[in-house]
Ligand binder design. Sequence first.
Ligand SMILES: Nc1nc2c(ncn2[C@@H]2O[C@H](COP(=O)(O)OP(=O)(O)OP(=O)(O)O)[C@@H](O)[C@H]2O)c(=O)[nH]1
Length: 373
Amino acid sequence: MFDGLKDKLNDFRTDVEEQAESEPDERSDDGEAPDQPAASDAAVGPEADAASSGDASGGGSAGSEDGDSDPDSEGAEPSTFQRAKAFATGRIIIEEEDLEEPLWNLEMALLESDVEMSVAEEILETVRETMLGETRKQVETTGELVEEALHDALLEVIAVGQFDFEARIAEADKPVTIVFTGVNGVGKTTSIAKLSEWLADRGYSSVLANGDTYRAGANEQIREHADRLDRKLIAHEQGGDPAAVVYDAVEYAEANDVDVVLGDTAGRLHTSNDLMAQLEKIDRVVDPDLTLFVDEAVAGQDAVTRAKEFDDAAAIDGAILTKADADSSGGAAISIAYVTGKPILFLGTGQGYDDIERFDPERLVDRLLGEDA
Ligand SMILES: Nc1nc2c(ncn2[C@@H]2O[C@H](COP(=O)(O)OP(=O)(O)OP(=O)(O)O)[C@@H](O)[C@H]2O)c(=O)[nH]1
């Protein structure tokens, strides 16, 4: 899962390590030849050797022949001094120039991985802010510093809007009504069946409702799942009113003490206006507790765009991202919450009914940074 993105994040770590850790060595080698005392060295005390070599090189790596400073070095002098001092004490200072190329490569890698542009920019900004110009006392290596910066940057965008789904179900008045939206073919019906199992595992009964009265064959498709799982299905004739189907399912749940109503809807109608009018009517008639948007991770940017469109049209409360098991890029998983402001709540991870997992931002970040399988 998301292996391509994981590799690219790892490349960034290697990039920064190479940039940040090779330069001080070069500078201290440089500094040995010219004997250039710097006035500020006195402040460094016992670390003066390393510091002065760093300082001399910052001011004179290009100008070591004539001992003069080059124009570029002037603004960098204080940080070069700090850097050399930190190097002498085994600490790390990352400078803007160390990050320039790795950050550019990271941006390209994120965009190639279908991470949405504004999300990529936010990640870069957080990484830059976390890493720049600070002596990181607690951090032993550049690799750790990169990992910390990436961890914070990724978590910040991925965790947007998270809430405790199970607690929400537990606390809500029963029956809880959940309506599923999203285009056809992405695994919406399968996700409804999976969620019914997920709820059953936690002690909640559910009834399925086929609000996709538009598409021929939709009743049969969901009925197969309902039969296999031994769940009640409420369905009307093709062409019927989806709001009426979900309403009947709510009535059935109330009469039979069923905890949750899981209502499918049509993924596409003649026009998006029809689709939205239908969702609005369901909203008016049954006032669902949650509207969940379903799309497939493998659709990358398209899934992000659709999430935004559906949310704009009919305020979603969260998303289910299917086929994460087949997705290497990870772009949709990283982008959807930040772009919509609504959390990803579940990942579909296979074709079986148990192949659904609660989306855990911390765990996903650990996976991406290689701390978890
Ligand atoms: N690998 C994998 N396949 C999945 C996942 N979820 C669904 N699928 C498969 O995707 C295919 C389409 O799933 P359906 O549930 O029929 O999707 P759907 O047609 O979008 O349902 P509707 O939206 O109601 O039309 C099926 O073969 C599913 O088994 C998943 O998380 N991983």
